[in-house]
Unconditional design. Structure first.
Length: 486
């Protein structure tokens, strides 16, 4: 039997009161459910029919409290574009509590856009329909691609106007996550100056995400090692699908290894490692090709915050931290190389790592020279392996290196099925996302429904969905920018 109510615990609030401010959502004047993720509701053991009812919607906007809930705004700090802000926190979000999923795991139920909190600073605490639907589309697309991420359960229009450059319809997002602990949560704990708070956050993160770390001589170091590994794997996966997070501040990097905070993120179209879409990233700090370096930089900030738990003395603590941080690059390289093998269909162990690396490197050089579309050009490799190189020729034809590359690659008998499972046909292309959001903001949710349906099975061709696999025209792609949605 699926429960028709929602019952939550308050683990985080109990374990880490120094990071939690009891709070409640602002009333939404006229709540209207825009999208509900029925598959996720099922996974969480929630009844979709109930969530669609007026009582269910009241729960989704925080107007009625789930059984047992003690909602809090979470405190965290963060390095934003390299500069440290000691007090960020949920300015417009609320942790309703944790749900115990049927598989026994704890999942945060979290509202974004639910009104200003004690951490709001000058912000209004609100969110507009477009950016909340954008997070819904992007996070669910990432999930369907097999990439660890927070999920989106629902977007509810609030009936409130949100003032940005113009007046926009307001909405809130109901998000789930294996937790909302961030690198910035540890930085915040360190900033309290109370070592017991720092230890409590680390112990909580270990228990919730990386329990194996508890058995290490220095559990905090074990946690750091686990986060280094999880983030190396995660960012490798981003790179392999052409995902650009856009705002990799330390407050937007989880300890769990889930992707979080879909503000100005976007997928690469024409391949260029220097690609930046975010309007505020004028220096290109968070460009596609920089992401592994930024992840490593963020992890160094995490280590700094945890140093007192590594050793009582500074020097040995730093040495231990550096030793573990040094694991990031090989771990990332290994994850990326394994993924690249699959993308090139070279699963056969007789093809050496060096051969794969050389083929991948040369392929990316051609992509960059031609500014070829990242997603569709990789996907065209399966047809080429099956004997039809027309798609590949259309993308890279004329490149002097192509014929030689094809000969070398084909000599390894690439496996088209492996490639079909590794190179998506459908990713949330910028022009499609914009088109769906514009329609949704104007009241037509149909294009968004189609887009989310197509993106839910990204590796399987769907008849009638051909345009979802195609790049935008050059007029759209040039100068495309994304915004943080604040
Ligand atoms: P983000 O860029 O979404 O990671 O947000 C950075 C910080 O700004 C976080 O502490 C957010 O909670 C806060 N914030 C963003 N938008 C708003 C808003 N409209 N009102 C209050 N706080 C906000
Ligand atoms: Mg954030």
């Amino acid at each position: 039997m699926t429960p028709v109510t929602l019952s939550l615990s308050h683990d985080f609030a109990d374990a880490l009161p120094a990071l939690a401010r009891p709070w409640s959502a602002d009333p939404a004047p006229a709540p209207r459910l825009l999208v509900l993720n029925e598959a996720l509701a099922d996974e969480l053991g929630l009844d979709a029919g109930f969530l669609r009812s007026p009582e269910g919607v009241d729960l989704l906007v925080g107007a009625a409290l789930p059984e047992g809930a003690q909602p809090v705004a979470q405190g965290y700090a963060g390095h934003q574009f390299g500069g440290f802000s000691p007090r960020l926190g949920d300015g417009r979000a609320l942790l309703l509590g944790e749900l115990t999923a049927p598989d026994g795991s704890l999942r945060d139920i979290h509202l974004k856009g639910s009104g200003p909190t004690p951490f709001a600073r000058a912000g209004d605490g609100l969110a507009a329909v477009g950016p909340m639907l954008r997070e819904y589309v992007m996070s669910e697309a990432m999930h369907a691609l097999g990439i660890p991420t927070t999920r989106s359960l629902a977007v509810v229009a609030t009936g409130r106007e949100v003032l940005r450059e113009a007046a926009l319809p307001g909405a809130l997002l109901v998000r789930t996550a294996s937790s909302h602990l961030r690198v910035g949560s540890v930085e915040f704990a360190r900033g309290t100056g109370d070592i017991a708070v720092l230890r409590a956050v680390v112990d909580y993160a270990i228990a919730r995400h990386h329990p194996e770390a508890a058995d290490e001589d220095v559990p905090a170091l074990g946690l750091f090692r686990a986060v280094v590994a999880a983030q190396a794997d995660l960012v490798a996966r981003w790179m392999l699908v052409g995902f650009i997070h856009g705002v990799m501040n330390t407050d937007n990097m989880t300890l769990s290894g889930e992707t979080i905070d879909y503000g100005p993120c976007a997928f690469l179209d024409a391949y260029d490692p220097a690609t930046v879409y975010s309007s505020i990233d004028t220096g290109g700090r968070y460009a596609y090709g920089n992401q592994p370096y930024i992840a490593e930089w963020n992890l160094a900030r995490l280590a700094e915050a945890m140093l007192p738990l590594f050793d009582d003395e500074l020097e040995p603590a730093v040495e231990l931290a550096q030793g573990v941080l040094a694991e990031f690059r090989p771990r990332f390289a290994e994850a990326r190389a394994a993924g690249m093998r699959r993308k090139l269909g070279l699963a056969d162990a007789r093809v050496s790592d060096e051969q794969v690396e050389a083929l991948a490197g040369d392929f990316h050089e051609m992509l960059e020279r031609k500014r070829a579309d990242y997603t569709s050009t990789f996907r065209s490799l399966s047809a080429a392996a099956r004997g039809d190189a027309a798609g590949l020729e259309a993308a890279l034809g004329g490149d002097p290196a192509l014929t030689g590359w094809l000969d070398r690659w084909r000599a390894h008998a690439p496996d088209a099925e492996v490639m079909d499972a590794a190179n998506p046909i459908y990713v949330p292309r910028n022009h499609l996302v914009e088109e769906a959001l514009a329609a949704a903001t104007a009241g037509n949710l149909e294009p968004l429904g189609w887009l989310t349906t197509v993106l839910s099975t990204p590796f399987t061709a769907r008849s009638g969905a051909e345009r979802y696999a195609e790049p935008a025209g050059p007029d759209f792609a040039a100068g495309y920018q994304t915004f943080c949605g604040t």
